[in-house]
Design a protein around this ligand. Structure first.
Ligand code: SF4
Ligand code: SF4
Length: 322
């Protein structure tokens, strides 16, 4: 038994229930051009799990019968799925807001030179990870050369209008701490990022989201090996705030894995925790009725303290005030 399991099994996270569904978050597969230390999906270039066209069409049918307003595409590098552009195109034609969780370096990979233009042409919102504005820190977390490639990707997006006032092309950056600590104030860090990236690289962006590292998968295993997993869980638990429960992303989102199975969030997906509103054997998107989600219980466990610690944390950054 690993050092992680007993802590996850304590499960004294408060019960939470669903609010109206607004967002469909889709993991298009685990293939990625990077292998980051904190990656909670253990993505990398050799992963073979990729959503197929049939499942992509099931997603579109679900969108048609549900109140979903936003399609949030993640991975791996979602753009490496061969059906990415088809899905984006059809969703945009139906008036759905599309977010691409982009690692920035993909924009600089051979074969993806026109990706930025595609995203701009379809007014896709770009949400990009940049865990620090200092080169050494980014490279230590995400790999050698990642910082320079990320800056090149940001400049490419800026040249297309992303992050610029009045362009309608939204560019948000995501910060997560380098180790087992809580993120600092989102507002203060956003100012520091804007000042540094503007001065040093001429890069602009709209918002900075700060998120805590979730104590699951690769990050949790690394902490366990270092004997720091228990202390990090205690830090998250001690910093829990009940007021953050209102805004956790699972209340208005469902998360779909590359096979089409549905979960209460991306983190539960990685832990194979089935949707609270469905059977323990799992629920496929083709069988999901939106009405069955209304007010349904959400599957929670102790990793959920990563969402409610301190200023709170979701795929949209801090949840409330500082
Ligand atoms: S870029 Fe994102 S998906 Fe890819 S390895 Fe890093 S954290 Fe994981
Ligand atoms: S980990 Fe998932 S289920 Fe738990 S609080 Fe966060 S978003 Fe909700």
């Amino acid at each position: 038994m690993s050092a992680i399991e007993p802590i996850l099994k304590r499960n004294d996270f408060p019960a939470i229930r669903r609010a109206p569904l607004r967002t469909l978050q889709v993991n298009l597969g685990y293939i990625c051009n990077q292998t980051c230390f904190h990656c909670h999906v253990n993505a990398g270039p050799n992963r073979k799990e990729i959503m197929n066209r049939e499942t992509v069409d099931e997603l579109l049918r679900f969108i048609d019968r549900s109140p979903v307003e936003t399609l949030d595409l993640t991975g791996g590098a979602p753009e490496m799925n061969p059906h990415f552009r088809y899905l984006v195109q059809v969703a945009r034609e139906r008036g759905i807001t599309v977010m691409d969780r982009c690692n920035l370096t993909i924009l600089e990979q051979p074969g993806y030179e026109d990706l930025g233009n595609f995203l701009a042409d379809h007014q896709v919102q770009v949400v990009a990870s940049l865990p620090c504005y200092m080169e050494d820190n980014v490279n230590s977390q995400r790999g050698d050369g990642v910082f320079q490639a990320s800056i090149a990707g940001l400049r490419r997006l800026n040249a297309l209008g992303y992050g610029r006032e009045g362009s309608g092309l939204s560019l948000s950056l995501v910060y997560n701490p380098l180790g087992p600590t809580l993120p600092p104030s989102q507002q203060e860090l956003e100012l520091a990022y804007k000042e540094h990236l503007g001065r040093e690289f001429g890069v602009v962006f709209n918002d900075l989201f700060t998120i805590a590292n979730m104590p699951i998968n690769r990050f949790a295993k690394t902490l366990a090996k270092q004997g720091r997993h228990g202390a990090y869980m205690q830090l998250l638990r001690d910093a829990h705030r009940d007021e953050n429960l209102e805004a956790v992303m699972c209340r208005s989102l469902v998360s779909v894995d590359w096979r089409g199975y549905v979960y209460d969030c991306d983190f539960n997906q990685m832990l194979h925790m089935p949707l609270g509103a469905g059977p323990a054997s799992g629920t496929h998107i083709r069988d999901l009725q939106p009405a069955s989600l209304d007010g349904a219980a959400i599957s929670v466990a102790d990793h959920c303290f990563g969402c409610t610690a301190g200023q709170g944390s979701s795929c949209g950054g801090a949840l409330g005030g500082d």
